[in-house]
Design a protein around this ligand. Structure first.
Ligand SMILES: [Ca+2]
Length: 101
């Protein structure tokens, strides 16, 4: 590969990376219903999911996992409710911005 073709590949790679970055979607941890804020309705959704009364998409389950341990539990709902009340819980990621896709 010549230097100029290598440069072309690098430029294309950089452009593709920029395009992917522009597409990256940021979401707030614990904002399960995508309203832009953490509220008791988010905790409610998580409890419904835990109780088997509602489905959550894999992305919503990721946002619902306040503790980040890979499981969605009633404790996550508690963390979300605390965050909705403006209280921080040790180990809770509520409010952190994450890239979902
Ligand atoms: Ca919300």
């Amino acid at each position: 590969m010549t230097a100029s073709s290598l440069r072309t590949v690098l430029v294309i790679g950089a452009l593709l990376t920029a395009a992917v970055r522009a597409d990256a979607h940021m979401e707030m941890m614990c904002d399960v219903n995508h309203t832009g804020r953490i509220a008791s309705a988010d905790a409610h959704r998580v409890l419904q999911f835990v109780a088997g009364l509602r489905n959550l998409t894999p992305e919503e389950q990721m946002l619902a996992d306040a503790t980040g341990n890979g499981k969605v539990t009633a404790y996550d709902a508690n963390c979300i409710l605390q965050a909705a009340a403006g209280k921080s819980v040790p180990g809770s990621h509520c409010g952190d911005m994450v890239e979902t896709h």
